[in-house]
Design a protein around this ligand. Structure first.
Ligand SMILES: CC(C)(COP(=O)(O)OP(=O)(O)OC[C@H]1O[C@@H](n2cnc3c(N)ncnc32)[C@H](O)[C@@H]1OP(=O)(O)O)[C@@H](O)C(=O)NCCC(=O)NCCS
Length: 295
């Protein structure tokens, strides 16, 4: 008898389960905003069964269901190749929010090799040591002027889309997509200054153990007033007790590469489209890259 795989949906969590003669022998899960980004977690294969075969099939099946999206996973050094073989690339730009963790790393964290040292920089980095923050600022706001909320109640999605488009630049976003990805996120944090939306972030989460922060954005006219950092703090407060990940871009690495965050060593991303090599090396380690302690 062969191994049987079943796909299911547990509330908003995509689940893949492997069975042998009716006995559960493996599984993997993912959460998604339904459009752009997803977080894969919980891959497990019972002792005596091939991780390479069954684990890969579980991940492959989730990838099929998440087709067209970026898929983030944080694994351990032992399983890097399993993901690399399926087209995942090791991320240079992902972080874990560790402000809720004790100052002193636990023995487990040290041994796991999950984090790079605080403030770690790769040989090839693509962010400025002294970025010009707030260059486009036209507003001032003291701490007391900013109101942070954790709900989408009353939000104007056109305004939200305008702030997202202005912060990330490049192209005008589709307001319906911006609305959908925020509605499909289990947690949000929004900042208002005098009733005007100044910034936001969202997170997809299984609401128990894993969360991925997305779309951290502050209107350029309000940047450099610590609104972005406070949004992260407010969002993370709601996620307390979970593993809080985020994957950013090279230009924002400097924003996160400080106390409160630790750079991930074993995070990987599966992108919906390939990038030119010169861009990819700003985001990813070369396929098969291993740190000296991973050999
Ligand atoms: C990144 C972003 C959210 C930061 O928000 P912000 O409100 O302007 O930043 P803050 O004022 O909270 O900055 C906090 C600190 O980080 C620093 N900082 C901000 N952006 C930085 C960057 N890109 N690189 C390095 N440092 C940065 C600030 O100088 C400040 O330092 P300080 O504590 O020493 O004063 C905002 O610039 C933005 O929306 N950028 C475009 C979208 C984006 O890149 N989002 C991140 C994707 S995950």
């Amino acid at each position: 008898m062969g191994i049987k795989y079943i796909s299911s949906l547990n509330e908003h969590i995509l689940v893949e389960t492997a069975f042998d003669e009716g006995r559960e022998i493996g599984g993997a899960q993912a959460i998604s905003d339904g459009y752009d980004w997803s977080l894969m977690f919980g891959l497990n294969v019972a002792d005596g069964y091939s991780e390479e075969q069954i684990g890969s099939e579980l991940v492959r099946r989730l990838l099929d269901r998440l087709s067209g999206q970026h898929v983030f996973v944080c694994t351990d050094a032992e399983h890097l190749s399993l993901y690399e073989e399926l087209g995942f690339l090791r991320s240079k730009t992902s972080f874990t929010y560790t402000a809720h963790e004790p100052e002193e790393e636990t023995a487990w964290q040290k041994a796991s090799g999950y984090y790079l040292p605080e403030g770690y920089r790769f040989e090839y980095e693509f962010y400025n040591e002294k970025p010009v923050i707030g260059a486009a600022r036209t507003h001032t706001a003291s701490e007391g002027d900013v109101v942070y909320t954790d709900t989408l109640d009353g939000v104007d999605y056109n305004e939200l889309n305008t702030v997202l488009s202005a912060a990330f630049g490049g192209h005008e976003r589709d307001p319906k997509v911006s609305e959908d990805v925020f509605r499909h996120s289990q947690y949000v944090s929004l900042a208002y200054v005098n009733g005007r939306l100044a910034g936001m972030a969202r997170a997809v989460s299984d609401k128990v153990s894993h969360a991925l922060i997305l779309n951290v954005a502050v209107d350029p006219s309000y940047q450099g007033l610590h609104i972005g950092w406070n949004i992260i703090v407010h969002l993370s407060e709601q996620l307390k007790g979970q593993n809080i990940f985020l994957n950013t871009h090279p230009g924002a690495v400097g924003f996160y590469n400080r106390k409160g965050f630790r750079r991930n060593k074993t995070a990987l991303v599966h992108n919906p489209a390939s990038m030119p090599d010169d861009i990819s090396r700003k985001f990813h380690l070369p396929k098969g890259y291993r740190f000296p302690d991973e050999y």
